[in-house]
Design a protein around this ligand. Sequence first.
Ligand SMILES: Nc1ncnc2c1ncn2[C@@H]1O[C@H](COP(=O)(O)OP(=O)(O)OP(=O)(O)O)[C@@H](O)[C@H]1O
Ligand SMILES: [Mg+2]
Length: 356
Amino acid sequence: MKYAIETSNLTKQYSDFLAVDALNMKVRDKTIFGFLGPNGAGKTTTIKMLTCLILPTGGTANVAGYDVLKNPDEVRQQIGMVPQLVSLYADLTVKENVYLCADYYGLPTDLKESRAAELMEMVDIKYAENKMVKQLSGGMKQKASVVASLIHQPDILFLDEPTIGLDPTTKRVLWDLVEELNSDGRTIILCSHDMYEVELLCDDVGIINQGSLAAFDTPQGLKDTMINEIKEERSPINSNVSEALEKILEETDPENKKAIEYIRDSMGDNDLNLKELSVMINNKDEEMLNHLYSLPIVHDVTEHASGRITMDIDDEDDAITKVIADIIEYGGNITSIATKDPSLEEVFMRVTSKKT
Ligand SMILES: Nc1ncnc2c1ncn2[C@@H]1O[C@H](COP(=O)(O)OP(=O)(O)OP(=O)(O)O)[C@@H](O)[C@H]1O
Ligand SMILES: [Mg+2]
């Protein structure tokens, strides 16, 4: 099976509101897929259709090789789900909730007990197995919910914002668990607003906006696309920058050449983002730094303990060359220079701000 999930024009219309709009999306088998989108974009609604909790009003989807409309029972056997809002029985204990799930899937008693114990150990909730769910903290409930969703060893696991409200240590426990489950061959669908989490875990990312898929790629692929788009928008600026860099190269002494050549060459590749510059400068002094601080095109100049200086530069015509030229003019030697990729958060904001 190549795809764990394949939707075809999957649609959900809530009376007069179109929550999911003919969605076509594929999740590769045995990968961790990040499902992103602004509040109200349709993520939870999509997941509910894929897990057979609600029916689509149009289109369909294949989950683990089964059609959600024709074979919902088979789909349910193959999937586990940690919902956005924990849906355990408040008046039952953790163990009773987990056993209830195991019974739903028809697990024999010995298997039920051994797996429940193992999973509870794994996420560190075993100590509270006899507490009623209503007596648990938010993070403990989340852990109990994870155990309940994994008891039948599903091939596909849906996690709808699973780390929200978790403390940093517990978050890491869950991230490790997700990676472990994935390396065991499970496909994970992870809804999240935490870009660090997505970048850390996900092989592919889909960004949904107003019920439609606005972008789909690997995290690096999304960034590359954004860099290319920015480059196209700025190509007249870039060509001016090239000319200005050539001029600086002609005039500068050899010590600065390497760094400037790097900038010029990277402009030919796809990895130039003019927004953020990071430079190592020899012979820097207070006068030069004060000058950089005072430039209106430069913001957030930070001097790091390593000696590296990072700054944000305005999207202006030849702003970057102006900065380089000024550093040289103040007697600095640039020994290394780098520009930074956009963050996944920047990609998210750009993709979801586009009108659909
Ligand atoms: N039962 C319902 N009846 C009517 N509208 C609904 C219903 N459930 C969800 N919606 C609407 O569908 C849209 C998508 O909701 P959904 O919960 O799928 O968003 P989401 O992407 O999961 O957002 P979040 O990041 O806030 O969790 C929202 O505008 C929501 O108000
Ligand atoms: Mg949601």
